[in-house]
Design a protein around this ligand. Structure first.
Ligand code: SAM
Length: 248
């Protein structure tokens, strides 16, 4: 079971992620447990204030330290080992391998910022790592946390209907997935590749592996640089490149 604690001002938003689909099923099967913690519940004033002006002036507000710190302390009483991840546009660009690592650890704590973010001293003192879902800014960490939760749920053994689905996904073996086709056999004059119709499992596998290698080579050369190809993969890729150079 993967335990995920999320510190957020909008628990009702984050909880939506377990309301349906793969994540919903994983939660129902008790493969995943989601707990949300609202810093507003840890405020000490009667207005339940969670934001404050930044020192030095400037636009926008920051999340106050005290409610966040007390929320983190409350989470820590139940989740002592999970790494505390702050979702931030300034964090490490998210990769499948980072999510898989958290899964291996069995638990994780996701901290969602709002407004202009959170006090740097809290990050320094409490946060183990910062993760970014991309080079753009969204209004709060909730959507980023939901992305992480969904992507982690897919990796939990038994969460997907078909055991091999996650292994065949892009990035699992360091490559992009191959193209897929379903009915009808012909769509607007375009036919399903012949090899997928012939029932020869070895030929189908070779074609899929070759497409996967070729796509990665064309679209994501940066991923290619990170993997060592075995002899068969190198052969399939060379064949793909020859064909590409011939036909464009
Ligand atoms: C409006 S943003 C603050 C952006 C901050 N002023 C900056 O420029 O780095 C509010 C919160 O949204 C979340 N957030 C925004 N963009 C994100 C991204 N690309 N990845 C992960 N979290 C993000 C963070 O939790 C952040 O604290």
């Amino acid at each position: 079971m993967l335990r995920i604690d999320v510190i957020t001002l909008f628990p009702e938003l984050v909880e939506q992620v377990i309301s349906c689909g793969v994540v919903g099923r994983a939660a129902k099967q008790e493969l995943l447990q989601l707990n949300c913690w609202n810093p507003r519940d840890y405020t000490l004033d009667r207005h339940r204030t969670v934001d404050a002006r930044p020192y030095g002036g400037g636009p926008g507000m920051l999340m106050k330290v005290q409610p966040l710190q007390d929320a983190i302390q409350a989470v820590r009483q139940q989740n002592k080992i999970g790494r505390l991840i702050y979702l931030s546009p300034q964090g490490i660009p998210l990769k499948q391998a980072m999510l898989a690592q958290q899964l291996d650890q069995g638990s994780v704590i996701l901290l969602c910022g709002r407004y202009e973010g959170i006090d740097q001293r809290l990050i320094q003192q409490k946060v183990d790592q910062e993760w970014s879902i991309g080079d753009y800014v969204i209004s709060g960490g909730e959507l980023a946390a939901m992305v992480c939760i969904d992507a982690m749920a897919r990796l939990i053994p038994g969460a997907l209907g078909h055991e091999q689905s996650a292994q065949q996904d892009s990035f699992s073996a360091g490559l992009l997935d191959c193209p897929h086709y379903t009915r009808p056999e012909e769509y607007q004059g375009m036919k399903v590749p012949e090899v997928l119709m012939n029932g020869n499992h070895q030929e189908i596998q070779d074609w899929r592996d070759q497409q996967s290698l070729g796509r990665t080579w064309k679209r994501r050369p940066d991923l290619m640089d990170q993997i060592d190809l075995d002899e068969r993969q190198q052969f399939l890729l060379n064949e793909y490149i020859d064909e590409f150079n011939r036909t464009g």
